[in-house]
Design a protein around this ligand. Structure first.
Ligand SMILES: NC(=O)C1=CN([C@@H]2O[C@H](COP(=O)(O)OP(=O)(O)OC[C@H]3O[C@@H](n4cnc5c(N)ncnc54)[C@H](O)[C@@H]3O)[C@@H](O)[C@H]2O)[C@@H](O)CC1
Ligand SMILES: Nc1ncnc2c1ncn2[C@@H]1O[C@H](COP(=O)(O)OP(=O)(O)O)[C@@H](O)[C@H]1O
Ligand SMILES: [K+]
Length: 501
């Protein structure tokens, strides 16, 4: 599990560690790791450090200090290093070290800054780190804008300036980096969008903080975590023991969602899928997935669960419709004691009547930002800007496990760390991929995982499968070697990504 922390948690740990070490030790560890990362990056793009042009953007705090010391190390290896001092002051010892190593420094001036940045092989962003508060002030905002057009590599120090390290919130201009070198521990804002999308690759430099960090409120499962949680059949398994998933989805108008949800469940390893819907949807599901056992629901019929047969978990909602019959089906399924995943139209019914969630069995809700906004009655933009806060609030208020879909998928449950999904690709932003996700998570619920684990494993596998489908290979893509996918491709890519875990 990759754990992540708020700025306050990191600061407290740093204070505790610093009290036991000679002054300057931590900054020296940070600067050394940062300089090594820049050396490796320069070696990759230029072949050597000597003669490369490095520009440091320096703010008034210790973030600037890190950049100045790292810049001094690069200058000592023959790089031409220029520091742009953008703050009201600069870290004095760092500045002296840079100058002693042959680097130069000057106060910010717009034209000179533009010229330096546009000629740099590498720009180091040391404007603000975990001491940042609110939107970037001038001239930092202008510098973040200049960096956007920089032809060279952009390396953010600790956190891209303009990204709130504790939440991932971005209010105004921010530095968009190719790489972020972060110290001591991951900050939450580096893993959660919108902040995460400003980081590029994130490299963690160990400065010895580990023993001083508290229990994490946010964690990102790794491939190993997911592999360890996934159910796999044993010698004595049969289809019932592996887990039977009931899916109630689709309608006369929406047949595709049902096909996709069933596909996700089958490819994710459900022992059996029992699918129930109106005739039109059943026809499409049967044609594509002869493995599913189907039940045709007469229009308007209720009291149907016994007809469908025994299951270990339910998925309800994709393409189901928002009318009263659909509502009755959602209510009937939520009336059982079994684990239930509610998605799509099912969420509309729950948003209209939260009392549907008063139940004894475990519930997993899988909204996208718009659906979560409706569940909480807040603007969608607020959910997108402050995803962690809203997914936590939903789990608390609704008494359910909540998986919030989107560019960073999050899973929240009361009293548990929010799980951040680290896989995925923007190619997944295409109609129907969410339906596939519902089937994957449903299969894992039926296989015995808790809502929390089923949701986080499903998001992980779904993201990997999306990447594999876009790349045409479970082993990932060469840069630029990706192409558009259809939702069903995601389901079809699942077995390969599970094999490669
Ligand atoms: N505390 C420690 O033990 C360590 C800290 N390190 C570095 O120190 C950084 C934190 O340093 P600081 O606490 O000095 O804080 P920062 O350097 O992150 O920022 C504080 C400064 O930025 C200004 N500022 C804040 N928000 C701003 C905004 N929106 N626009 C413009 N200016 C703004 C403040 O007025 C203050 O002068 C970390 O991110 C990391 O880079 C590392 O050296 C590792 C060890
Ligand atoms: N920009 C993005 N980057 C990564 N994943 C995304 C992005 N946009 C959407 N997704 C993923 O694609 C899926 C879309 O699901 P959803 O919004 O329910 O669409 P649909 O209802 O069409 O299936 C979710 O798993 C979501 O996390
Ligand atoms: K920074």
């Amino acid at each position: 599990m990759r754990t992540a922390y708020t700025s306050d948690q990191i600061r407290a740990a740093e204070r505790a560690l610093m009290a036991r070490l000679p002054e300057g030790t931590l900054m020296s560890r940070a600067a050394s790791g940062l300089a090594s990362a820049c050396v490796r990056a320069l070696a990759r793009v230029r072949g050597l450090v000597y003669g490369s042009r490095v520009v440091l953007l320096i703010g008034s705090g210790d973030n600037g200090g890190d950049a100045l010391y790292a810049g001094a190390r690069l200058a000592a290896r023959g790089a031409r290093v220029d520091a742009i001092l953008a703050g009201s002051r600069a870290h004095q010892a760092g500045l002296a070290a840079l100058r002693a190593a042959g680097g130069r420094a000057a106060e910010f001036a717009p034209d000179a800054a533009r010229e330096l940045v546009s000629a740099a092989d590498l720009v180091m962003d040391g404007l603000v780190g975990i001491g940042s508060a609110g939107a970037l002030r001038e001239p930092y905002g202008t510098l973040a804008g200049l960096v956007a057009d920089a032809p060279g590599l952009v390396v953010a120090v600790d956190v891209p300036s303009g990204v709130d390290a504790s939440t991932g919130r971005v209010d105004g201009p921010a530095v968009r980096a190719h790489a972020t070198v972060t110290f001591g521990a991951y900050k939450i804002g580096l893993l959660v969008d919108p902040g995460a999308s400003f980081c590029g690759t994130v490299e963690l430099v160990d400065i010895g903080l580990g023993p001083y960090l508290p229990d994490a409120d946010v964690a990102a499962p790794t491939a190993g975590d997911v592999a360890g949680l996934l159910p796999s059949p044993a010698a004595e398994s049969d289809k019932y023991r592996r887990g039977v998933l009931g899916i109630v989805a689709g309608s006369d108008t929406f047949t595709g969602a049902a096909v996709l949800s069933v596909g996700g469940a089958i490819r994710a390893g459900a022992g059996m899928v029992r699918f129930a819907s109106v005739e039109e949807s059943v026809r499409y599901v049967r044609a594509r997935w002869p493995e599913a056992v189907t039940t045709v629901l007469a229009p308007g019929s209720t009291g149907v669960l016994d007809d469908i047969g025994r299951v270990q978990a339910w998925v309800v909602g994709p393409g189901l419709g928002t009318g009263s019959h659909a509502r009755d089906l959602v209510a009937e399924i939520l009336g059982t004691d079994l684990p239930v995943l509610v998605d799509a139209d099912g969420l509309t019914h729950v948003a209209r009547d939260r009392s549907l969630l008063r139940r004894t069995g475990p519930t997993l809700l899988t909204p996208h930002a718009g659906e979560l906004a409706r569940l909480l009655d807040v603007p969608r933009e607020d959910v997108e800007a402050r995803r962690i806060e809203h997914v936590r609030r939903a789990a608390h208020e609704l008494g359910a496990t909540v998986l919030l879909k989107g560019s960073t998928t999050l899973v929240a449950e009361e009293d548990r760390p929010v799980r951040v999904n680290s896989t995925g690709t923007p190619w997944l932003a295409t109609g129907g991929t969410g339906d596939v996700l519902s089937g994957i998570a449903g299969a894992l619920l039926a296989g015995g995982l808790s809502c929390y684990d089923a949701a986080s494993c499903a998001a992980y596998l779904h993201g990997l499968a999306g990447r594999a489908a876009a790349a045409g290979s479970a082993r990932g893509a060469r840069p630029g070697g990706e192409a558009a996918i259809a939702a069903l491709d995601v389901a079809e890519a699942l077995p390969d990504v599970v094999r490669a875990l």
